[in-house]
Design a protein around this ligand. Structure first.
Ligand SMILES: Cc1cc2nc3c(=O)[nH]c(=O)nc-3n(C[C@H](O)[C@H](O)[C@H](O)COP(=O)(O)O)c2cc1C
Length: 346
């Protein structure tokens, strides 16, 4: 168990180092540049009254934005998670932790997870575990344990088949996953969100997950961080075919949001969502909330806690400008806005 613990901790350190030092982005876009906003020349919105607040599973939050699940279980993550949590608390937005597998398997008292509880006591915190671990569960007890560890408001299960496939020590076998997701949804009182890690969730997959009882989907589409790229750099793989594998974020949103006609669920947009333009287009394409990962890690590394807070605030000042120019006074109205496909403009 000790070597497994060290292996997980080393891997997490590699992930942080590579995401900070290397170009691990997709060589294709998340597709938002294919859309434009319809300018509203007769907007009657008062810019200063635009309301960016929304709800996250009945909790009021200040912006439709969350700090995506990233890290934990390595010393290097202690400070990262404490600062991301402090940013979330200051901004009153949700924050996720990285996979809690290390805690589950070794019972370690690693501070990186509990730091999130200490530094973000008043905002929704998200627990995180991988599909490979969920697929082999015999009961929901381990899930309750990780939720308790950070007193989470929701559980995030990450599905990452491509990453497991490329990772040298990966476990590309999720047999039993859907059945166990259904079991967890039936046993715990907290909402379950399923997210990808950058390869996207299709409408068919989303539909099956909703049938199993989940209440949120984070499409985590392609166009941002490529996790096959990260794993390829870790194992010096020269065949880069899978570097760009995946469904673009905007495509996932457009198709998965069609399911909202029949059912209610929280739709999260992530996967290279790094600008005000991408956040606002995400919401117009059906997302309830946007999320970012690597960009925030990099800003934290370069500019510290204040840099992260200022970045998110300035992104939303620009989202407000977009809302003003498109005649939207609330997130709900932005959610109903129709985007123009650029091919129809010229
Ligand atoms: C350093 C780092 C570690 C990550 N670890 C996890 C993790 O443990 N669990 C998870 O669900 N996603 C993890 N992710 C994936 C992100 O949550 C996100 O889905 C992905 O990076 C795509 O978003 P981005 O383009 O904004 O980076 C991690 C991301 C980063 C940058």
């Amino acid at each position: 168990m000790a070597s497994n613990k060290n292996q997980i901790s080393e891997r997490k350190k590699d992930h942080i180092d590579l995401c900070l030092s290397q170009d691990v982005n997709y060589n294709k876009t998340n597709g938002f540049e294919k859309y434009d906003f319809e300018h509203n020349a007769i907007t009657e919105i008062n810019f200063n009254s635009i309301d960016l607040s929304t709800t996250f599973f009945n909790r009021n939050i200040n912006y439709p934005f969350l700090i995506s699940c990233m890290t934990g279980g390595t010393e290097k993550a202690d400070n990262i998670n404490a600062q991301l949590a402090a940013a979330a608390e200051e901004l009153n937005i949700p924050v996720g932790v990285g996979s809690q597998r290390e805690f589950l398997e070794s019972n370690s008292k690693n501070k990186s997870y509990t730091a999130v509880k200490s530094f973000a006591p008043n905002v929704p915190r998200l627990s995180n575990i991988g599909a490979a671990q969920v697929a082999v569960l015999k009961s929901a007890d381990p899930i309750i344990k990780i939720i308790d560890q950070i007193e989470a408001a929701a559980l995030v299960i990450h599905v990452n088949p491509l990453q497991e496939l490329i990772q040298d020590e990966g476990q590309p076998s999720f047999k039993g996953l859907l059945k166990n997701i259904e079991m967890i949804c039936g046993k715990i009182e907290f909402p379950v969100i399923v997210k990808e890690v950058g390869t996207g969730i299709s409408k068919i997959a989303a539909s099956k997950l909703l049938d199993a009882g989940i209440r949120g989907i984070d499409v985590a589409g392609s166009g941002g961080t490529s996790w096959s790229a990260v794993e390829m750099l870790r194992n010096n793989c020269s065949d880069t075919y899978f570097w760009n594998w995946g469904l673009p974020t905007s495509y996932c949103l457009r198709t998965v949001s069609e399911l909202k006609e029949q059912r209610e669920f929280l739709l999260v947009s992530s996967g290279g969502v790094n600008t005000a333009d991408e956040i606002a287009k995400s919401i117009a394409l059906g997302a309830d909330i946007a999320a970012s990962a690597k960009m925030l890690l990099r800003v934290l590394n370069e500019k510290g806690l204040d840099g992260v807070i200022e970045l998110i605030q300035s992104l939303f000042e620009d989202v407000k400008k977009i809302m003003y120019l498109t005649g939207c006074s609330s997130v709900k109205e932005l959610n109903k806005l129709k985007l123009i496909k650029k091919e129809d403009l010229y």
